[in-house]
Design a protein around this ligand. Structure first.
Ligand SMILES: O=C(O)c1ccccc1NCC(=O)[C@H](O)[C@H](O)COP(=O)(O)O
Length: 235
């Protein structure tokens, strides 16, 4: 697809306030994330997420984020919140992730030394709708605000790639131009404090992603270097 016609998808994660959800919708975000991972400062109850979901505009996805939650917890969230996507950050296998009748995204922790190549990931998670690469692993948690080395993204993935981990106003332009992901996911980088988003940062983040979408590297346009992206989609 021509880069000029491509729009990098944006997910704002770790929502805890209806006003932030509403603003995300108005800014043109594609999705917001609700965290159900125990121990996260952004963790909310299914009942709260259900109310937050009602603040979401039509055509914006609600994503429910888990880390090794019990199947009953996931079922309860699916029932109450009706997310359009599930996102799994723990050691869940494909059978578990597929077991709820909702498409899922598998988060891959780039903090781990051994991530596996594209083939290994796709064989391990054949049901995944997309892979989200984040910085967690080796003592680092999801939503850490830490970036990883983007050159470690496994090339040749057929499924869409969502880039996460330490993105913010200062680096998301470079991140998009260098890795050409299907989408970007941010939490800490647009926050005033954990779970409380900063409206100005959210707006600037969207502007930076859109600026990157309009920025066509000559070598990418000519199809010489970097045209085949981490997610295998030529833009
Ligand atoms: O955000 C959390 O607190 C969290 C805790 C446990 C598992 C996942 C979590 N976040 C989910 C995410 O989608 C990403 O990790 C996040 O958007 C990227 O975080 P950040 O580096 O803060 O931008």
């Amino acid at each position: 697809m021509s880069r000029t016609l491509f729009r990098t998808r944006i997910k704002f994660c770790g929502m805890t306030r209806a006003g932030d959800v509403r603003l995300a919708s108005e800014l043109g975000a594609d999705a917001v994330g609700f965290i159900f991972a125990e121990g996260s400062p952004r963790c909310i109850h299914a009942r709260e997420a259900r109310l937050l979901r009602n603040a979401l505009a039509p055509l914006v996805d609600a994503v429910a984020v888990f880390r090794d939650n019990a199947a009953d917890d996931v079922r309860e969230v699916v029932k109450q919140v009706r997310p359009s996507l599930l996102q799994f950050h723990g050691d869940e296998d494909d059978a578990f992730c597929r077991g709820f009748g909702v498409p899922y995204v598998k988060a891959i922790g780039m903090g781990n030394a051994l991530v596996g190549d594209a083939v290994a990931l796709q064989v391990r998670y054949p049901g995944a709708a997309a892979f989200l690469f984040d910085s967690h692993g080796d003592g680092i948690d999801g939503g850490s605000g830490q970036a990883f080395d983007w050159s470690r993204l496994p090339p040749g993935l057929v499924k869409p790639v969502i880039l996460a981990g330490g993105l913010g106003i200062g680096n998301v332009f470079d991140a998009v131009v260098r890795t050409l992901p299907w989408g970007v996911d941010v939490s800490s980088g647009v926050e005033a404090s954990p779970g409380h988003k900063d409206g100005d940062r959210m707006r600037e983040f969207v502007e930076e992603v859109r600026r990157a979408d309009c920025h066509v590297e000559p070598d990418i346009e000519a199809g010489t270097a970097g045209a085949a992206t981490a997610n295998g989609i030529k833009k």
